[in-house]
Write a protein that binds this ligand. Structure first.
Ligand code: PEP
Length: 252
């Protein structure tokens, strides 16, 4: 049976207690759209309060450290995210890979730590504009998957992959339908080569400038199992419009 479309909001470094009203509104809206699985990843400072504020939607971290505890000033472990109420964490977001120099090996270690702490994982991959222009998008993304997919027992069952072309994040630009379809097909093939048959069941999200206006088109593409949404997830109104688009496709 096909899984429900999964729409995940990444709040990045945005949000204070005042934003809990948006989380509550997203939760109420999601309750009216049961054919869609909805989650948000607020900043770590809001995880616990968000967990208490919502009833239905999933809650996740945006990153975790690969170690359980220790002298890592400023970092947050997967066990801490879990303790604060997280169900999952994002790892390997391009802003972490670029701004914090995270390698595929780092991302894999974080994914393994998250799974070990009982969290599901959303693993981000994506090419830069230069890599796409050079015709290397699929090989770059394939290499990221080979280098960063977790391998511990049961990993594949708790894994979601998010394809996020770096040049589409926060820019208002999105790849063509054909390019998204080709990349998701390539990611599917790579997941099957890594995990065998189980790789066919891993949900693959698209991320990068998803908005209400383009959500239906993007979510209709074969092998696009949902969306990872940045800017448009910060208000319930814009985020629920995307969730609503996903729900409408399920109704058709
Ligand atoms: C993201 O950073 O994960 C993202 C998809 O951002 P945006 O939707 O703002 O492009």
């Amino acid at each position: 049976m096909a899984s429900l479309p999964y729409i995940v909001g990444n709040w990045k470094m945005n949000g204070t207690r005042a934003s809990l009203s948006e989380a509550r509104a997203i939760d109420r809206g999601a309750a009216r759209l049961p054919k869609v699985q909805v989650a948000i990843a607020p900043p770590a400072t809001l995880l616990h309060r968000t967990r208490e504020a919502v009833e239905l939607i999933g809650i996740g971290g945006q990153d975790c450290h690969a170690k359980d505890s220790g002298a890592f000033t400023g970092d947050t472990s997967a066990a801490m995210l879990k303790d604060a109420g997280a169900d999952f964490t994002i790892v390997g977001h391009s802003e972490r890979r670029t701004l914090h120099g995270e390698t595929d090996a780092d991302v894999r270690a974080k994914a393994e730590a998250a799974l070990g702490a009982g969290l599901a994982v959303i693993l981000c991959v994506g090419e830069t504009e230069g890599e796409r222009d050079a015709g290397n998008a699929e090989s770059v993304v394939g290499g990221q998957l080979e280098g960063s997919c977790p391998h511990s027992d049961g990993a594949v069952d708790k894994l979601t992959v998010a394809y996020e072309p770096v040049w589409a994040i926060g820019t208002g630009r999105v790849p063509s339908v054909d390019d998204v379809a080709a990349m998701h097909k390539a990611i599917r093939a790579k997941l099957v080569s890594i995990y065998g048959e189980a790789g066919a069941g891993v949900r693959i999200l698209y991320g990068g400038s998803v908005k209400a206006e383009n959500a239906s088109e993007l979510l209709s593409i074969r092998d696009v199992g949902g969306a990872l949404v940045g800017g448009a997830s910060l208000t319930a109104e814009s985020f629920l419009a995307i969730v609503g688009a996903a729900a409408a496709l399920e109704d058709n």
